[in-house]
Design a protein around this ligand. Structure first.
Ligand SMILES: Cc1ncc(COP(=O)(O)O)c(C=O)c1O
Length: 459
């Protein structure tokens, strides 16, 4: 499916907004441009391929509170949130103090420190899973989850959702953003497509792909492969395709179906954990799974991740499954995570996030209503996005029909007026931090109003 056709006048306006705003962007980002030129020893001129954005990467100097500063001296309200990490905002006193204290005591031993007990207890209470282990990134957590589902069942196949991202290990780098690859197969039984070069076909063959919000497709996959499916990994609220909420009964139905076939369910809460609510999206929705993966916001800006569960994690406790890593439970990351979970993410903080979300949602909706724009504001806790489509979407195929120029135009308009959104505008979501204020939200709304006027206002 290609993007939904938009009226010729609107299409022309979109192109001209992108052209004008790109010009403004380039004129404001001269030092960033020089940095990209200087970064010859950095492959591709950035530190991750997903930091390479059009027209070029924006190089930052520092952050403070809700604000970011680039190397050209421009200030932004940070709604990028480092792809969902910066829920504490920047330079948060509790994180700074915890890290400062820990640095003076040594930052790495590859032996456990007391903070890891507090962090594990806190996670157990938030997510209702009794046993936890740590890693360093979301990728490591979901990789352990896939390994553990296989280890616990003695089966090889896993199921993932079309358009879902779970990190960059082979088993899940399948059908992440399968755009422009021709035939994706029937909607209820998508063909798995590798999302990078270097993924062996033998690994691809072990990953079955289903659409989000479609229980019958999962049932069909389980029935096509009786006794072969170890489990399914899924975000309880799907991100990386804007935001797609699960339909009523979907998450419970998944767990029941998988269990009925002797398979397991993993919730990937790398993005939704903490940002959607104190106990993640599953906590907000009252859904349960066999394993939970968290990362991103957990470390208050330091890299850490965790995997939690009950019976399946007994395989780790018993030593049958070796969950390992030199930096697992790194003291510096644990000190920051402890401060994040016990001092930053309080009930008051969540009340603040909820209030700001509603202010932002209300402001954007008013801008949409003013010009009768056919767009939808979708939120989940501190995260949200504008879906530039006239109807709610329920899976990745719906999402594909979204014209990518909207997200890019929105990103540029916000960026040039002091709001930093994630560069992958169509795919990503904003994040509000505990240090954001009404002024940040109002700036976002004013910029969106500007975009709406440029695209739909009378000429
Ligand atoms: C849902 C989800 N799972 C896993 C990952 C991988 O996390 P990391 O980039 O820390 O490896 C991401 C990253 O964006 C994610 O969004």
């Amino acid at each position: 499916m290609t993007a939904i056709e938009i009226a010729p006048e609107l299409s022309t306006r979109l192109d001209s907004v992108i052209e004008d705003e790109t010009g403004i962007f380039l004129s404001r980002q001269r030092r960033s441009d020089e940095m990209s030129e200087r970064a010859r020893a950095l492959a591709g001129g950035a530190t991750s391929s997903w930091q390479v954005a059009e027209p070029h990467a924006v190089w930052l100097s520092h952050g403070n509170g809700s604000r970011l500063y680039d190397v050209d001296g421009n200030e932004y309200s940070d709604f990028h949130g480092g792809y969902g990490v910066s829920l504490a905002g920047h330079n948060h006193p509790a994180i700074v103090e915890a890290v400062r204290r820990r640095v003076g005591l040594g930052t790495h031993f590859a032996q456990p420190t007391e903070d890891s007990i507090v962090v594990a207890d806190n996670l157990a209470q938030r997510f209702g899973q009794p046993l936890w282990r740590f890693g360093n990134s979301g990728t490591e957590a979901t990789m352990d989850a896939v390994h553990l589902m296989r280890a616990a069942t003695g089966r090889d196949l896993i199921i993932k959702v079309e358009g879902g991202y779970h990190g960059h290990h082979d088993s899940v780098m399948v059908s992440v953003l399968p755009e422009d690859v021709g035939d994706l197969g029937p909607t209820d039984a998508p063909i798995g497509v590798p999302d990078n070069i270097g993924i062996p076909q033998a690994t691809m063959d072990l990953t079955l792909v289903v659409p989000f919000n479609d229980l019958s497709a999962v049932e069909a996959a389980l029935e096509r492969h009786p006794g072969e499916v170890a489990g399914m990994i899924v975000e309880p609220i799907m991100m990386n395709a804007g935001i797609i909420h699960p339909e009523d009964g979907y998450l419970e139905g998944l767990r029941d179906l998988l269990h009925a076939h002797g398979a397991l369910l993993t919730f990937d809460e790398v993005k939704t954990g903490f940002t959607v609510g104190p106990g993640g999206a599953s906590g907000r929705l009252g859904a349960t799974s066999d394993l939970v993966c968290v990362a991103k916001a957990m470390g208050g800006g330091l890299s850490t991740s965790a995997i939690g569960g009950g019976a399946v994690m007994e395989l780790v406790a018993s030593g049958d499954y070796q969950q390992v890593g030199t930096f697992n439970g790194n003291p510096l990351a644990m000190a920051a995570a402890r401060a994040m979970l016990t001092e930053v993410l309080t009930d008051d903080a969540y009340a603040h996030l909820d209030r700001l979300r509603e202010r932002l949602r209300g402001g954007l909706q008013a801008a949409i209503d003013r010009l009768d724009a056919p767009w939808i504001v979708v939120t989940a806790g501190a995260k949200g996005c504008v879906s530039f489509l006239p109807q709610p979407i329920r899976n990745f195929r719906d999402f594909r029909s979204l014209d990518g120029r909207y997200g890019h135009a929105h990103w540029l308009v916000q960026h040039n007026r002091g709001v930093f959104l994630p560069p992958w505008g169509k795919v990503e979501q904003w994040l509000i931090s505990v240090q954001h204020t009404d002024a940040d939200v109002d700036r976002f709304v004013a910029n969106f109003d500007h975009l709406t006027g440029s695209l739909l206002g009378s000429s």
